[in-house]
Design a protein around this ligand. Structure first.
Ligand code: ADP
Ligand code: MG
Length: 376
């Protein structure tokens, strides 16, 4: 495949923070970016070379992107798969429609994983609650909508059939997955890229801590044995090969007692748990996305420093603008703000990463900065 070189226009579906960080990387490397988003003031749209404010279903907008861009990628998994197919008839598109269709729907995702022998939590597809299915073994469980859930939204804990019924109605009776609630020892993820030539490059396994279903901090490298890290990376690599995936993908894992690994979900794009790569790896997940999209050789993904990434949610802004002095004074900390105007509770407004000589050092420093931010 002929590589797409700097100067070319790249198309990006979605204008959120992942798209903004992709656009910043593309600019650094001399590419131009056209962003499509229905929000007139999106983080990526604001810094794009060209911004098309339209819905994903807008055929003339898709035509424009497809004709003007040398290649098109996405920062958002809820792009209808037929939009990617339409674009693929006009331009180079990665990731492909099939992979995105699987990753955007929990039912398709679970079936794909199970069919290919990847370990998943015990689950049942819930399309109606009629008391017929034998689902007692799944309690206590979590009811998750099959589509459009994120950051723990579209999920309810359920302890019995009555609660399941109530939660299902609360979800407006859309197709759901009921998943057994597992005792998690920890959570980890693997962000990796697969290029046009089929080569794969994995970032180091990262450890993730969630609060209220939202990623709170990521610790790289994960504090797990080499054996578990190798198993997770091998599973992620196997998965992208089976999907014949092109681009950057994240696999989220649960680690259970006895170091048993279970795949939680996959995301067909760079991932919040990969933000540490910007400051702590030789190549960032966004550069890797660009390299895979443009048919360039993938970059070296090695970690040059242990790092901790802390998400900054809108809650921090509730009283006033946070006091940035400490994060700016720490020489090993890097602040990233996404330029979102409205700071709603739970909304991802930015993050900071702290490097350290060791994970413990980075963690101590990150905790200190966060305490300072929260105390204001
Ligand atoms: P989202 O799409 O919002 O990231 P996830 O399915 O990844 O949804 O769930 C968010 C978080 O909720 C997980 O990272 C984990 O902490 C917790 N969680 C989800 N499913 C389970 C489960 N089956 N058992 C225990 N914890 C879970
Ligand atoms: Mg998740």
């Amino acid at each position: 495949m002929k590589p797409i070189l700097p100067g070319a226009m790249l198309g990006l579906l979605g204008g959120g923070q992942l798209g903004r960080m992709f656009t910043m990387t593309a600019h650094q490397m001399g590419y131009q970016v056209t962003v499509l988003d229905s929000d007139a003031d999106s983080p990526a749209g604001r810094i794009a070379d060209q911004f098309i404010c339209a819905d994903y279903a807008d055929q003339s907008a898709l035509q424009q992107i497809g004709e003007q861009c040398a290649a098109v990628t996405t920062e958002f998994e809820n792009i209808p798969a037929d939009v990617l197919s339409t674009l693929a008839s006009l331009s180079r598109v990665s990731p492909g429609a099939r992979s995105v269709a699987i990753a955007q729907n929990r039912i398709a995702e679970k079936h794909f994983l199970k069919t290919h022998g990847f370990p998943v939590a015990p689950f049942a597809v819930i399309e109606q609650v009629d008391g017929e299915d034998d689902i007692k073994h799944l309690f206590p469980g979590i009811l998750k909508v099959s589509q459009f859930g994120y950051d723990g939204k579209g999920q309810r804990p359920v302890n019995d059939e009555a609660e399941l019924q109530a939660a299902f109605i609360e979800m407006r009776s859309v197709p759901c997955i009921l998943e057994k609630k597992l005792p998690l020892k920890s959570e980890i993820s693997v962000v990796l890229a697969r290029g046009y030539d089929g080569a794969t490059v994995s970032f180091p396994v990262v450890e993730n801590q969630h609060v209220g279903g939202i990623l709170d901090i990521s610790i790289a490298p994960a504090r797990i044995s080499n054996r578990v890290a190798e198993q997770a990376s091998a599973a992620a690599k196997n998965l992208v090969q089976i999907l014949e995936y092109q681009g950057v993908l994240c696999v989220e894992f649960f680690v259970l007692e006895g170091d048993q690994l279970v795949i939680n979900e996959i995301a067909p794009r760079p991932h919040n748990s990969g933000h540490y790569t910007i400051d702590a790896c030789i190549t960032s997940q966004f550069e890797q996305q660009l390299r895979a999209l443009c048919g360039l050789p993938l970059g070296n993904a090695a970690l040059h420093h242990p790092a901790v990434m802390v998400n900054l949610l809108g809650d921090l802004w509730q009283k006033s603008e946070p006091d940035w002095t400490q994060v700016l004074e720490e020489p090993l900390a890097k602040l990233h703000l996404y330029g979102k105007k409205e700071a709603r509770p739970g909304r991802k407004m930015g993050h900071f990463s702290v490097l350290g000589a060791t994970v413990d050092e980075a963690l101590a420093s990150a905790n200190q900065i966060r305490q300072h931010l929260e105390s204001n």
